[in-house]
Design a protein around this ligand. Sequence first.
Ligand code: BGC
Length: 248
Amino acid sequence: MEIFGVDIGGSGIKGAPVDLERGDLAQERYKVLTPHPATPEAVAKGVKEVIDSFDARPDRVGVTFPGVVTGYTTIKTAANVDKSWIDVDARALLGAELDGLPVTVLNDADAAGVAEMQFGAGRGRKGTVLLLTFGTGIGSALFSEGVLVPNTELGHLELDGHDAERRASTKAKEDHDMSWEHWAHRVQKYLAHVEMLFSPDLFVIGGGVSRKAQKFLPLIEGIKAEIVPAQLQNNAGIVGAAMAASRG
Ligand code: BGC
């Protein structure tokens, strides 16, 4: 069975056929820029363009979304995309755009987490594992004994009186021209807060910035849990989406 994963992000919509045995892309991924405004119709067209760029037609498609997704179907929040997504049945919308292909939709961090737990930094890890993705926002995926608790949204915890992702996302670092030291200090404060609430055994740090883990992870101190960078990096969402799609 041919399964594709597509990752809808703030800047790009990227996808590829996925090899679910290896937990890796079966072909190089294809990316289109996220339309602005990122309305449901415009994004659905972007997803179609990504799928149509490949010769094979998939049997199923998994799609990540940067917000709460209930029942692998309905969008409930849209912090960093167009608000008109709220309450959209994304499974139906994307399925119709893709000429009836079965579509599974899930939160982007949850998808990345599922892939990391199976094929990456969380492989074989028991106890409580928290994957946090740092990018335009902060995403979270919470696992207890390997089982995902979906839609945790820990990026929106309050930190110093602000939405945490406004203080500690990669976007906040860029917008405020923060040094690695300054940003690492904020991430440390955020991790300490999350640790106080969840006492995880392991933090997995994902998102594009995980490629630069050596620039900031060594600067983070005083966290009891082990902290490791994600291993699948930018492909985790695509792989995790395909994994979810393969389960129907
Ligand atoms: C959204 C989350 C998402 C995260 C990363 C947050 O603003 O609320 O659902 O996982 O950004 O994209």
